[in-house]
Ligand binder design. Sequence first.
Ligand code: GLN
Length: 251
Amino acid sequence: MTEQYSLRIAHLYPDVMNIYGDRGNGIALKHRCQARGIEAEVIGVGVGDPFDPAGFDLILIGGGQDREQRRIADDLVARGPALKAAAGDGLPGLAVCGGFQMFGHRYIDLDGSVIPGIGIFDIETRHPGAGADRCIGDIVIDTPFGRVVGFENHGGRTYLTPGQEPLGKVIRGYGNNAEDGNEGARYNNFIGTYLHGSLLPKNPRIADDLILKALQRKYGAGTTLPPLDDSTEEAAHSAAIAAAMRRSKAR
Ligand code: GLN
């Protein structure tokens, strides 16, 4: 790449919403940018920190237990209108599990309390109560990015409003609600998913799609992304899928 491209990535609530290693998503994005000569910085945004989505090229939020989601809810809701407008303008992002739930309309948690969301995805999440099994295990889904693999651990069941596009269809594992075969959601360049892992190191095609969309929004639709030698990453991806297919049950 000739022009010096750079991306600023906002990682929302990195100290609170980061269970099961979701921080790895920012690490993977930064590595795949720098390997191409693209400057990339991942900036943590905590409760009460100044934050304007207009100053960023990509948004990340990870997962969290119910109590951690309650901890950040008021702060996230206050930032909701600006985030939703930016997502509508094509700002790319990745919201994982608890973050995914809160980028929908609301999450009715284990205790039956309503945790408000910001409505980027047209979804609602409901926890079925203490007696219900959690959705835990390896998961493989079919998506426009090909097969995607990860790990899920959630009590909440997410339901898409008719017309809301999923990220993919469950091949192995539970997905959004262990009923309808959907996993995740997409809105413009935002991706929501239950897949921890971290997701992006295991699924480089999604990482590159997020980077490309951010570059095109910042530098023009004609911007392209030079390929990397992903032989190691693709081997790891295939091995992770094979392991998940063995360990997890078909839907
Ligand atoms: N607390 C939410 C649930 O149990 C999300 C969990 C998570 O982020 N892994 O569904």
